[in-house]
Design a protein around this ligand. Structure first.
Ligand code: PEP
Ligand code: CO
Length: 448
């Protein structure tokens, strides 16, 4: 990898308008931080990004299913062994259920180890008559509602790198060091089915998985694949100074890779076709996702393909659709039809979270589990009707027992929201709601 070459080739976005970037009071300090970041080692290897692209190609072709999930916003003070383990555990449990029910490989990708930057709808926040710059994620400014804390500080970009590195280190240890053994993961799921009031609905599926594992055991099969898990890291590529400082030329291929994560996506608020984010994404070889909100036209979708996947390479481009439960059945069909007719093979993934947020009377930003589920259902229905592949789900979740979304099998009510409302940004499914969702999606997949 050659940092110098990357600094120029990964910087073509600088000539274009870049939405949602912090305004740093001291540009000189930012430049010094960028120079430091450019000298840091990569967080992931280019070869791993290629491997994920190959896995995503299977998703795009209908041979695998993507499970992408994690926090809306990671926080520096939440980089702890317990929180990382719980999140991972939840994702692995969901992955095991989906793998069995769908009988296809499940590609597991965390919103983790880099998800520190948030696009915001408004530049300021007002409380009790005081207006301050909005919180943009720990990589930019502080969550505390004080003028000092809300000033963007470029040193936070370095903290983002180090927080990502320590998170990824632990994730790699958990996923390859025996903790993620499939039999162990299944035992956790059995526990959930036994102990949660809603879990009993899934007894049948859990029993089938148990029988399948016992059968393999009786045959003497003890595959290596049971002992470790392939797990990838992803985040929104929002702060282009950070992303381009971590963009390097791969010595094997001579191509550029954003080595801050295996996969990055461009959000709904920064996907302007003539903007800096799409330009940046067009230069890197990582698999990339684009969030598509309800206003997306088929014309735009086709232009994303031209810009980001000119070689028409399955696995390169993922459309992460987040329309809202009330719009998905109406808006998605035309996009899927026209993209399919163009001959492009993209992965279609549903994000059933971001189109279903509302403010509860208590003032908490929340989502209804039933709306989340209904958007996933709509997504599956559209693909079934068109004969295309519902490629995966992208969700905001945590492994902890928070009370941020309402509903679910172990029902959370609006009046419960205040009990454990801990998110730094959007409301996340808690552990039990996440597992509920996995079992329900598994049933949907079987009926497909
Ligand atoms: C997100 O994924 O946290 C997010 C902000 O999503 P979107 O860009 O779809 O609004
Ligand atoms: Co979010």
């Amino acid at each position: 990898m050659n940092a110098k070459t990357s600094a120029s080739a990964g910087n073509t976005w600088r000539d274009l308008p870049a939405a949602q970037q912090p305004e740093y009071p001291d540009p000189e300090a930012l430049r010094a931080v960028i120079a430091d970041l450019e000298s840091y080692p990569p967080l992931v290897f280019a070869g791993e990004c290629d491997q994920l692209r190959a896995r995503m190609a299977a998703v795009a072709r209908g041979e695998a299913f993507l499970l992408q999930g994690g926090d809306c916003a990671e926080a520096f003070d939440a980089v702890s062994a317990d929180q990382i383990r719980n999140k991972l555990k939840t994702l692995l449990q969901m992955g095991a259920v989906l793998t069995y029910a769908a009988s296809v490989p499940v590609v597991k990708v965390g919103r983790i180890a880099g998800q520190y930057s948030k696009p915001r709808s408004k530049p300021t926040e007002t409380r009790d008559g005081v207006t301050l710059p909005v919180y943009r994620g720990d990589s930019v400014n502080g969550f505390d509602f004080t003028p000092e804390s809300r000033i963007p500080d470029p040193q936070r970009l370095k903290r983002m790198y180090h927080a990502s590195a320590s998170t990824l280190n632990l994730v790699r240890a958990f996923t390859t060091g025996g903790y993620a053994d499939l039999r162990q993961v299944h035992a956790w799921n059995q526990d959930f089915v036994r102990s949660s009031p809603s879990g009993q609905r899934y007894e049948q599926l859990a029993r089938e998985i148990d029988q399948a594992l016992n059968f393999m055991h009786a045959c003497g099969a003890d595959p290596e694949e049971f002992k470790t898990v392939e797990f990838y890291a992803s985040h929104e590529a929002l702060l282009l100074d950070y992303e381009s400082a971590l963009t390097r030329v791969d010595s094997r291929t001579g191509r550029l890779y954003d080595v801050s994560a295996h996969m990055v996506w461009i959000g709904e608020r920064t996907r302007q076709l003539d903007g800096a984010h799409i330009e940046f994404a067009s230069k890197i070889r990582n698999p990339v996702g684009i969030k598509l909100g309800p206003s997306t036209t088929a014309e735009e979708a086709l232009r994303y393909i031209e810009r980001l996947d000119p070689e028409r390479e399955p696995g390169r481009l993922t459309f992460i659709v987040r329309m809202g439960a009330d719009k998905i059945r109406d808006r998605l069909p035309e996009l899927v039809e026209k993209v399919t007719a163009s001959g492009a093979v993209v992965a279609w993934v549903t994000d059933p979270m971001h189109g279903n947020t509302f403010e509860a009377a208590s003032g908490h930003k929340t989502r209804r589990f039933d709306d989340v589920l209904d958007e996933v259902k709509g997504f599956f229905e559209v693909h079934k009707a068109l004969g295309t592949h519902p490629g995966g789900i992208h969700v905001e979740l945590t492994g902890d027992d928070v009370t941020e979304c309402v509903g679910g099998g172990d029902e959370i009510f609006v009046d419960d929201l205040h009990q454990r409302y801990e998110t730094a940004c959007d409301p996340r499914l808690n552990r039990s709601q996440s597992l509920d969702l996995a079992f329900l999606v598994a049933e949907m997949y079987r009926d497909q």
